[in-house]
Write a protein that binds this ligand. Structure first.
Ligand SMILES: Nc1nc2c(ncn2[C@@H]2O[C@H](COP(=O)(O)OP(=O)(O)OP(=O)(O)O)[C@@H](O)[C@H]2O)c(=O)[nH]1
Length: 601
């Protein structure tokens, strides 16, 4: 105080002061009024100036201090007098500054926020308002987010201040630095999505729905749900801001359990193309299903050969027994003839074989192999005349095929197989369910019709078969079908009444076309044996059979009958049945059948 007064006095009264330098002397009372009057105007201003911008003078004098202080601390001192403008963040740190008047203490604490130097004085004030919104986020994020959030902040901000009213003000100044400590770990998981959303297009917003938004937003589930429904990106964007990070941390912790799928959601944006995976799962399931079927299937010849194996083995075995270490003489020839007849080859064929063998080997040693080779050659000769391809005269519209045969010989099945061949060849086929005695036969034919895409003409059970055949013929003509195949009820050849009905069918068809039916196929079950000869005889006479289909050659021990039938009736054998599948109808081959039955490789 003494010094202070000294100056004052010296300023007003130089002479007196000099004289009273002696400090020990008592001081006269001070007349403040007089002093004030004496003070120059400049002095009066000085104090005011000091009060306000004390720092300035200092700042100006110490430029280094200013940049540091600018960010937050500087405004603090000024704001105290004027709280209104600074309710924002700055006040908090400054209050800490104990010495309001003197800037000196301030610079020290402000040196810490040194990071702020990036933004000189001018930006500082602008950032101040923003900082509150994004107090904690890392310094890097703040600048990025600041621009976008500015517009929408109003909506988001309110929720935040509520939650961290306290921390916000205080932390703001330091947060930039502090956040690195706590938020870092937590933000790491969340930030990934956040950067994408804010920067991402509005369209992207809908994809990362609840999961992404909820955590970043104020963490309020209600808010999250609202925006998710494809809310405009603008609305969504704000909540995404990391400002929340500080508060979001706890929020995320809460939500995390639910949307742990959060990690997956990130890739979900790509999930759109994920639709592809749905289509990919169905196709894969369908693949493995059918692979195994066809592989093991044997060739038709192998099936026929296997089917005739029993016949062949018995025959070849017997032949071998006849010619073991024996010369060919009359006795051996007679034994061979018996073997061949028992094999259902028929007398005619048996004689052909023995005659051929005697002509070349009589009196000589003969092996069974040589005998089987001769037999195969002779059988082939017999069958060659009947092994003919089925020819359809399509000048007839339709070409009518009547299928006859004893019960269970394979009529309906053969019709289905044949229809498949014809339709595959581009011909239009119509089927007629002439077996009106058996309901199952009608249904069976309908199934074949569906499989071969051939219309089926059918009537009620027990209906007149001849009438049905007539109607079917007309329908086929109207439809312009290439081929009409008529199924008939199986019947034993000795059933006069049923045979008369079959005869009637043929007669009725002839009314529409004198040449119809153009082809009459008889199915012959190869397992039937000698009775087959009689069956062909009767059906040929009643129905005018002009072609045969030998069925079930894939499982018979009596295939020789085919040779006997061929030799006796000389009817064409168009096909042989070697199975129950649609493609188990093979053209008849004389040489292959002959070799198979004779056991010749
Ligand atoms: N293994 C084998 N089975 C056959 C073959 N052809 C037909 N079958 C079977 O023989 C059985 C009778 O066949 P169908 O077609 O119903 O005989 P169908 O002559 O129409 O019989 P009916 O209507 O009673 O006169 C069925 O189980 C057929 O699957 C063949 O070539 N091989």
């Amino acid at each position: 105080m003494a010094g202070f007064f000294k100056k004052i006095f010296s300023f007003g009264k130089k002479e007196v002061v000099e004289e009273r330098i002696d400090e020990t002397a008592p001081l006269p009372p001070i007349k403040w009024e007089a002093l004030d009057a004496l003070k120059p105007a400049a002095e009066q201003v000085v104090p005011e100036f000091l009060k306000r911008d004390e720092p300035r003078p200092e700042a100006e004098t110490t430029p280094t201090v200013e940049p540091e202080v600018i960010p937050a601390p500087e405004p603090a001192p000024v704001e105290e007098p004027v709280p209104a403008p600074e309710p924002t963040i700055p006040p908090a740190p400054e209050p800490t500054v104990p010495s309001e008047p003197e800037p000196l203490p301030e610079p020290a604490p402000k040196e810490e926020p040194a990071p702020a130097p990036e933004t000189p004085e001018p930006p500082a004030p602008e950032e101040v308002p923003l900082t509150p919104a994004t107090p904690e986020p890392t310094p890097e994020r703040q600048p990025q987010e600041v621009p976008a959030p500015a517009p929408a902040e109003p909506e988001i901000v309110p929720s935040r201040p509520e939650k961290r009213p306290e921390p916000a003000p205080v932390e703001v100044p330091t947060p930039a630095e502090v956040p690195a400590e706590t938020p870092a770990p937590i933000e790491v998981p969340t930030p990934a999505p956040s950067p994408l959303q804010p920067s991402s297009e509005a369209g992207a917003a809908p994809h990362p729905p609840a999961g992404t938004f909820s955590p970043y937003s104020d963490g309020e589930k209600e808010e999250v749900s609202a925006p998710t429904p494809e809310a405009p990106a603008a609305e969504i964007a704000p909540p995404i801001r990391q400002p929340a990070p500080i508060e979001s941390q706890p929020v995320i912790a809460e939500i995390a359990p639910e949307p742990q799928p959060l990690p997956p959601p990130a890739p979900e944006p790509k999930a759109a193309p994920g639709k592809v995976t749905v289509t990919k799962k169905v196709e894969q399931k369908a693949e493995p299903q059918k692979a195994p079927e066809p592989a093991p299937r044997r060739s038709w010849f192998q099936r026929m050969k296997d089917g005739l194996a029993r016949s062949s083995k018995e025959l070849t075995g017997n032949i071998a027994g006849v010619f073991t270490k024996r010369k060919l003489d009359e006795e051996t020839l007679q034994d061979l003839e018996d073997v061949l007849i028992r094999a259902d080859l028929g007398m005619e064929t048996a004689l052909r074989v023995t005659d051929a063998l005697a002509a070349s080997r009589y009196g000589k040693d003969v092996s069974d192999t040589e005998v089987r080779a001769i037999m195969a050659a002779e059988v082939e000769k017999v069958l060659t005349h009947v092994a003919m391809p089925l020819e359809l005269d399509l000048s007839h519209k339709p070409h009518v095929i009547l299928v006859v045969g004893v019960n269970g010989t394979g009529k309906t099945t053969t019709i289905g197989k044949l229809a498949a061949k014809l339709t595959d060849g581009g011909l239009s086929v119509m089927l007629a369910a002439g077996d009106t005695f058996r309901a199952a036969a009608i249904e069976q034919l309908k199934i074949w019709g569906e499989r071969t895409k051939s219309p089926v003409i059918a009537s009620k059970l027990g209906a007149d078969a001849a009438g049905l055949a007539y109607d079917a013929f007309e329908r086929a003509k109207e439809a312009g079908s290439d081929v009409l195949i008529i199924d008939t009820a199986g019947r034993l050849q000795n059933k006069t009444e049923l045979m008369a009905e079959l005869e009637k069918i043929v007669r009725v068809l002839g009314k529409l076309d004198p040449e119809a039916p153009h082809t009459v196929l008889q199915t012959v079950d190869a397992t039937t044996g000698q009775n087959a000869l009689n069956q062909v005889e009767i059906f040929r006479n009643i129905a005018g059979v002009n072609g045969l289909v030998m069925t079930k050659l894939d499982g018979t021990a009596r295939g020789g009958i085919l040779v006997a039938i061929a030799a006796k009736h000389k009817l064409p054998v168009y096909f042989i049945g070697v199975g129950e599948q649609v493609d188990d109808l093979e053209p008849f081959s004389a040489s292959e059948f002959a070799r198979a039955i004779a056991g010749v490789a």
